[in-house]
Design a protein around this ligand. Structure first.
Ligand code: X2X
Length: 344
């Protein structure tokens, strides 16, 4: 519709012919709806982040950019590891996506999945808000998408249906559902577990039927997805990795917007990202960690590791860290290690 309106404008058509520029045409061809891909919906911090972004953009562009949310990665039939390729190809217009799900296509994003790289939230911030974050945005830009802002899924704590996990030995032979990159297979194999890759959509029935014993995900997902009701009775806080989220737009879509609208979309993503991170950390950054009490209230045994107990997991996964350091990129990992050591 917009395209036809434009073409009937004699002045514009004349200048288009004069310029012979497809970009000039593209810039006016706004779609009536833009499709935002998300793994999780608005019951989760992740989906709320997407909703905050979409609402700000719709309001500030007076509806010129109208975004619809597609949670459950429904635009790609639930296969979250295909999200990045689909974004690049234009099957998806924009997304709030996890570094884990995009890491099969962008190997540098495995950085955040290196076991025990980031000891605390300040370490995550030191990476995403510093030079490492900038370097990764350059990589994403080269890979064909427009990265705008960081959000957060969270520290991925491990749960299972069998027993409290206190030592790597407790994981021996346990069937653990993992997602995404082969790095996860290496980490859980090093711990003696039996990892199996599957999508989030397949994971919940697999836990319910006992096809898998355990999984790892942030606490906000544990509660919102009610994982205690699919036999996840034991939860161990080990903080081994955390996956940031990234707000991105497909390059052709980005180029089709006016510079002023691009700026609105970017600013809205930055604000939504900040708000989403606060939501994702709610309940676990307060001194009394109310989310843990809530989870215990569901009949779940929550295990907190002493520093020495945690160190045993660090040691057992160190060969995986070393192996993957070169695959992620030695310079990038060195930069990350330095940024973490210098964090406030
Ligand atoms: O599949 C998962 O575990 C989830 C929802 O956390 C991601 O998409 C990375």
């Amino acid at each position: 519709m917009k395209l036809r309106t434009f073409l009937t404008s004699a002045v514009a058509a004349a200048s288009l012919l004069a310029l012979g520029s497809p970009a000039a045409l593209a810039q006016t061809a706004y779609k009536s709806e833009y499709r935002m891909s998300l793994v999780l919906g608005t019951a989760f911090p992740w989906g709320k982040g997407g909703e905050l972004w979409a609402n700000k953009v719709r309001e500030r562009t007076n509806g010129r950019i109208n975004i619809k949310l597609y949670p459950g990665v429904s635009l790609i039939q639930g296969d979250q590891t295909r999200e990045f390729s689909a974004l690049r190809q234009g099957v998806i217009d924009m997304a709030v996506g996890s570094t884990i799900n995009w890491s099969p296509q962008v190997k540098q994003l495995n950085l955040f999945s290196l076991p025990f790289l980031m000891p605390d939230y300040a370490a995550i911030d030191a990476l995403t808000q510093g030079d490492v974050g900038k370097s990764l945005f350059k990589t994403l830009d080269k890979a064909g998408v427009v990265p705008l802002a960081w959000g957060e899924n969270g520290y991925r704590e491990i749960s299972n249906s069998k027993k409290p996990i206190k030592t790597p030995g407790d994981l021996k032979g346990m069937k653990i559902r993992v997602v995404g990159s082969p790095l996860f297979l290496d980490t859980f194999s090093a711990l003696g577990a039996n990892p199996t890759q599957m999508s989030w959509a397949d994971a919940q029935p697999a836990m319910a039927s006992g096809a898998v014993d355990g999984q790892e995900n942030p606490l906000a997902i544990f509660t919102a997805a009610k994982l205690h009701s699919v036999a996840q009775k034991y939860l161990t806080l080990w903080g081994y990795i955390a996956d940031p989220l990234i707000f991105v737009v497909n390059k052709d879509i980005w180029n089709s917007w006016t510079p002023a609208d691009r700026e609105i979309v970017r600013q809205a993503a930055i604000e939504a990202g900040k708000e989403e991170i606060a939501i994702a950390r709610k309940g676990v950054v307060e001194a009394d960690k109310p989310l843990l009490k809530q989870i215990e209230g569901l009949g779940v045994t929550v295990t907190q590791l002493s520093p020495a107990e945690r160190e045993a997991f660090v040691k057992a996964t160190r060969p995986v860290y070393d192996k993957w350091k070169s695959q992620v990129g030695t310079d990038l990992v060195n930069m990350a290690e330095k940024a973490i050591a210098a964090r406030k």
